[in-house]
Design a binder for this molecule. Structure first.
Ligand code: ANZ
Ligand code: ZN
Length: 808
C-alpha cells in the first residue's frame, strides 16, 4: 500500500473525474445558497499563463473551494477576454491574424487552467470575441445610446502613435500608453463617448458603504475627483478707443475653490487650448502666442502638471477686470492650466497658490497677500489665516471668507457655486480591428442611427490586412461590402461605423453573462441575475482597481436605471491580490522574467505549485518566486502522503487537541485570505503527526479536508483511495472544531497506582470526565507506565475532574 507520492498520476485522474462528475457545476436555477466567486477576467496571450497569473487564479479558487465546503453553492466561472489591443498587438508581433492567434491562445489557456486544478463551472465559459457574446456588448451600447448616455463629440483625446489609436484617460498611465509604454499625445478627434460623468456623484457616494479596502476606495475617489468651488466671471477689459455697443459685456468664467483669495488675483491665465486665446490675443502678440500654443501641444499632460516644471507663459496683450478690486489684470497663456478641467481659465493668486507664485516671480507679476500667516516673499501660503487687503472682508477667517465673498459676488450676478469632477467621459471608440464593431450607422440624411436590435450582432468582417493605418480611419473601412448598409430610418444607402469599441467595455459586463450563458435571446436573465448577483467575492489585481472597477460600477448603475436589475453595485467584496516577483521585478512579459507553470506542474504537481505560490505571504502581498521553494513544498506533500498511509483507529487526546486547534486556525485564516498562515498551521499539524507512532483515522480525514482548498488532488486521493471515503472530498462539509478542545485551560488529574500518587496529567477543561481518553493518556505517562508494566489491571477507579486510580 505504501506507494510513493506521484502527483503526475493522480492529478490527471481526478481532473477527469471532477469534470465527468460535474461536481463544480451548480444548479443555477435551484441553488439554495448561491455564492458567486469571481476571478477578474483574464486576457491571456498566446504565450500562456505564467505563475503570476496562476497565483491569482489559485488564490481565488481556494476561496471558492472553502466556501463550497462551508455549504454554499459556489459558482466559479471562467472565460477569456480575448478582444482588444493587447491581443491584436500580439498577433501583429507574430505576423499572424488575430483570429488564428486567438484559437491557439484559447487552447493553451484552457489546457493550463485545467492542469492547475481549479474548480470552474466549465459549462459557463465565455469569450469576448464570440459573436454570441459581443452581440450583447453591442446591445448594451445601443441601450446606452437610447438612454442618452452615448455622445459623439469632437474632443481632445489621447492618441498613441505606436498603437495608432485613441486611448481612454484610464489607459494613459503617467502620460504613457498602458499597453506599449509610448508617450501619449493629444489629438482633436470625433469619438464616441459614454457619459460616465453623469454618474460621478453616485460613483462617489456609494464608496461610503461598499465593503472594499480603503486603498481601492481612495483610488476611486481621487479618480472621480470631486471639488466644490465657485465659477466667477471676469469681465474682459475693452480699451476706451475700441469700445462698441455690445462688446463691453464679454466675460470669462473661471473655476476656483478659493474665492476668499480673489482680492489677491493679480493676473489671469488661459490654457493654451482655450478658445479665448484666439479671441483675446492682440495682433502684436499673435506670433509669440501661436508658437507657445504649438509647443504646448507637444507636451503631455503629465509634463504640464509636473509641479517642478518651469512656469512658462506668454502675455496676450489683453486684460480682464478683477470683480473684487475692479482693477484690470493681465491675461496670460500658460500650459500649467489644463483645458480639460474647470473652464480652462484660472485666476492667478500668487500669494496663495504655489504654481501662481512661481509664475508671478518669473514674469514679474505683483504678489498681494490676502490671507495672513505666511511669508509671501518665500512662497505661496495655503494655510489658515485671516483675510487682509480685502476691504470689507478683512479679518474674516478664510473659511468664512469663502462663504461671504461668494454671497457677495453672487448678489452681483458674478458667481455661482459649482461642483467639478476630475472624471471625464469614457472614450469608447478605437480605430483598430480586433474588437466589436460599434453598432451605429451613418446616413447622410438622417445622421447617426443605431443598428436595429434584431440585426445584431454586427459581425466583425474578416480582413486580412488588419493593421492599424495610423490615420484616423479604422481598418474596417477596407471592408467595402460590409461598410455599405441601409439606413434604418429612411432605408436609403448608408455607411456603418468603422470604429470598434474599447476592450474595457467587453470586460465591464462579463460577470452578468456568466450565469446566463445558456440564454441566446438576452444578455442576462432577470431571475438568474437576481439569484447570483451582485458578485459575492471579486478577486483581482490592484492595477485594475481603478479603470475596470469604475466601468463595471458605471454599467451596473445604468442597468439599474434601465430597470434591468435591482442593485447598483456589482461586487459585494473586492479583494486585490498581491503580485509575484521574480528577481526583484514584477513578473510580466515585458520584463522578460516570466515563469511558465507547466514544467513545474509536470515535475512537482499542481498541488505543490499552488500551495507553494500561496505560501509566500498574505494573499494581498505576493512574493518572490524561487525554484527551491517548490521542491520544498513537494517534499512536504510527500511526507503528508506517507503519514496518511499509517493511520490507525484511535488517537491520543493530544492528537485530538491539535486536530481541533488546526481546524480553528485554518478556518479563521482562510476566511481572512491569510492563506500562508493557514498552510503553516497545516504543516505544523503534519509535523506533529509525523512524530507520532500512529495516527488516527480522524487525523488523516481532517488533514484531507483542510488541505482540499489548497491541494485539491492529493486531498482527493487520500480521501477516496486511502480512507476509502465516498467521492468527492470537495463535496464534504468543512470540519468543525470543538471550542472546548481548543481551549487552553487545563485541569490536573492525579494518577494513582494502588492508591499511591504516581503522576499527574493536564487535561483541557471539558474533557476531564472522559474516562476512556484519560485512562489511555494516564497509562502512557512514563512513571505510571513503569508501575503498570506487565501487570494486570484489576480495576480502575475514576473520579471525574480529579483522579484516576489503577488497582493492580
Ligand atoms: C484661485 C486659487 C487660489 C486657487 C488659491 C487655488 C488656491 P482642485 O482642488 O483640484 O479642484 N484651477 C482651476 N482650473 C484649472 C485648470 N483648468 N488647470 C489648472 N488649474 C486649475 O483645484 C481647483 C483650483 O485649481 C482652482 O482654485 C484654480 O486655482 C485651479 F490660493 O483658484 B484656484
Ligand atoms: Zn437615413
Amino acid at each position: 500500500m505504501a506507494k510513493n507520492y506521484h502527483p503526475g498520476e493522480i492529478e490527471k485522474k481526478w481532473q477527469r473525474k471532477w469534470r465527468e462528475g460535474k461536481i463544480f457545476e451548480v444548479d443555477l436555477d435551484k441553488a439554495k445558497k448561491p455564492f458567486f466567486n469571481l476571478m477578474m477576467f483574464p486576457y491571456p496571450s498566446g504565450e500562456g499563463l505564467h505563475v503570476g497569473n496562476m497565483y491569482a487564479f489559485t488564490g481565488s479558487d481556494i476561496y471558492g473551494r472553502f466556501q463550497r465546503m462551508q455549504g454554499y453553492d459556489v459558482f466559479e466561472p471562467i472565460g477569456l477576454d480575448g478582444f482588444g489591443i493587447h491581443s491584436e498587438n500580439y498577433a501583429l508581433k507574430l505576423g499572424k491574424h488575430p483570429r488564428d492567434v486567438a484559437k491557439k491562445t484559447e487552447e493553451t489557456f484552457y489546457r493550463q487552467l485545467e492542469a492547475t486544478g481549479n474548480s470552474y463551472a466549465w459549462d459557463n465559459i465565455l469569450k469576448t470575441y464570440d459573436s454570441d457574446y459581443y452581440r450583447w456588448t453591442q446591445w448594451i451600447f445601443i441601450q446606452l445610446y437610447k438612454a442618452g448616455l452615448v455622445e459623439r463629440k469632437k474632443a481632445l483625446v489621447n492618441w498613441c502613435f505606436s498603437c495608432k489609436t485613441t486611448l481612454s484617460d484610464e489607459q494613459v498611465i503617467a502620460g504613457y500608453c498602458e499597453r506599449c509604454k509610448t508617450e501619449v499625445e493629444k489629438k482633436e478627434l470625433e469619438q464616441w463617448f459614454f457619459k460616465i460623468t453623469k454618474y460621478a456623484d453616485k460613483l462617489l457616494k456609494n464608496l461610503e458603504w461598499i465593503n472594499w479596502s480603503e486603498r481601492t476606495k481612495i483610488a476611486q475617489k481621487n479618480w472621480i475627483g470631486k471639488s466644490e468651488g465657485v465659477l466667477i466671471k471676469f469681465r474682459v477689459h475693452i480699451p476706451k478707443e475700441s469700445r462698441e455697443a455690445g462688446n463691453s459685456k464679454l466675460s470669462i468664467s473661471t473655476f476656483t475653490t478659493r474665492p476668499d483669495t480673489i482680492f489677491g488675483a493679480t493676473f489671469f491665465v488661459l490654457a493654451p487650448e482655450s478658445k479665448w486665446v484666439g479671441k483675446l490675443t492682440k495682433l502684436k502678440y499673435k506670433k509669440q502666442v501661436a508658437s507657445y500654443v504649438q509647443q504646448a501641444r507637444r507636451k503631455t499632460e503629465i509634463q504640464r502638471l509636473f509641479t517642478e516644471q518651469e512656469k512658462t507663459g506668454v502675455f496676450t496683450g489683453s486684460y480682464v477686470i478683477n470683480p473684487a478690486t475692479e482693477k484690470k489684470i493681465p491675461v496670460w497663456v500658460a500650459d500649467y492650466v489644463m483645458m480639460g478641467y474647470g473652464t480652462g481659465a484660472v485666476m492667478g493668486v500668487p500669494a496663495h497658490d504655489q504654481r501662481d507664485w512661481e509664475f508671478a516671480k518669473k514674469h514679474k507679476v505683483p504678489i498681494i497677500e490676502v490671507i495672513s500667516g505666511g511669508d509671501v516673499k518665500k512662497g505661496a501660503y495655503d494655510g489658515e489665516g485671516k483675510l487682509v487687503n480685502s476691504n470689507q472682508f478683512n479679518d474674516l477667517s478664510a473659511k468664512k471668507g469663502i462663504i461671504e465673498i461668494t454671497t457677495w459676488l453672487k448678489k452681483k450676478g458674478l458667481a455661482e457655486k459649482q461642483i467639478q469632477f476630475r472624471l471625464r467621459d469614457w472614450c469608447i471608440s478605437r480605430q483598430r480591428y480586433w474588437g466589436p464593431p460599434i453598432p451605429m450607422i451613418h446616413c447622410s440624411k438622417c445622421g447617426w442611427q443605431p443598428v436595429p436590435e434584431q440585426d445584431l450582432p454586427v459581425k466583425l468582417p474578416f480582413i486580412k490586412n488588419y493593421q492599424p493605418k495610423g490615420t484616423e480611419e479604422s481598418p474596417l473601412a477596407q471592408a467595402k461590402d460590409w461598410l455599405k448598409t441601409k439606413c434604418p430610418q429612411c432605408q436609403g444607402s448608408a455607411k456603418r461605423e468603422t470604429d470598434v469599441s474599447d476592450t474595457f467595455l467587453d470586460s465591464a459586463w462579463y460577470f452578468f453573462r456568466y450565469p446566463s450563458t445558456d440564454f441566446g435571446n438576452k444578455p442576462f436573465d432577470k431571475k438568474r441575475t437576481k439569484k447570483w448577483l451582485p458578485v459575492e467575492m471579486y478577486i483581482g489585481g490592484q492595477e485594475h482597481a481603478l479603470l475596470h472597477l469604475m466601468y463595471t460600477r458605471f454599467l451596473t448603475m445604468v442597468f439599474k436605471d434601465l430597470g434591468l436589475i435591482d442593485f447598483e453595485e456589482p461586487f459585494k467584496r473586492f479583494y486585490a491580490h498581491g503580485l509575484i516577483v521574480k528577481d526583484g521585478a514584477k513578473m510580466s512579459k515585458s520584463q522578460g522574467n516570466v515563469v511558465i507553470p507547466d514544467k513545474y506542474i509536470k515535475k512537482f504537481g499542481a498541488d505543490a505549485l499552488r500551495t507553494y505560490l500561496i505560501f509566500f505571504g498574505p494573499f494581498n502581498q505576493g512574493g518572490d518566486f524561487r525554484d527551491e521553494g517548490i521542491a520544498g513544498m513537494y517534499r512536504f506533500f510527500s511526507r503528508a502522503w506517507r503519514i496518511a498511509q499509517k493511520f490507525e483507529k484511535e488517537g491520543t487526546l493530544e492528537e485530538e487537541k491539535i486536530i481541533h486547534k488546526t481546524i480553528k486556525k485554518v478556518t479563521e485564516d482562510i476566511e481572512k485570505l491569510h492563506y500562508n498562515t493557514a498552510i503553516a498551521a497545516i504543516m505544523e499539524f503534519v509535523n506533529f503527526l509525523y512524530k507520532e507512532k500512529s495516527v488516527s483515522h480522524q487525523a488523516i480525514e481532517t488533514l484531507a479536508l483542510l488541505v482540499a482548498p489548497f491541494a485539491p488532488h492529493i486531498s482527493e486521493e487520500i480521501w477516496c483511495e486511502v480512507l476509502k471515503n465516498k467521492f468527492s472530498v470537495h463535496q464534504q462539509k468543512w470540519p468543525k472544531y470543538d471550542s472546548e478542545l481548543v481551549k487552553e485551560k487545563k485541569a490536573t488529574i492525579i494518577i494513582q497506582v494502588n492508591g499511591r500518587l504516581r503522576g499527574q496529567i493536564k487535561i483541557i477543561s471539558g474533557q476531564t470526565s472522559k474516562q476512556a481518553k484519560i485512562e489511555g493518556l494516564a497509562k502512557k505517562e512514563k512513571n505510571v507506565a513503569k508501575y503498570l508494566e506487565k501487570k494486570k489491571i484489576k480495576k480502575v477507579i475514576f473520579v471525574p475532574g480529579k483522579l484516576i486510580n489503577f488497582v493492580i
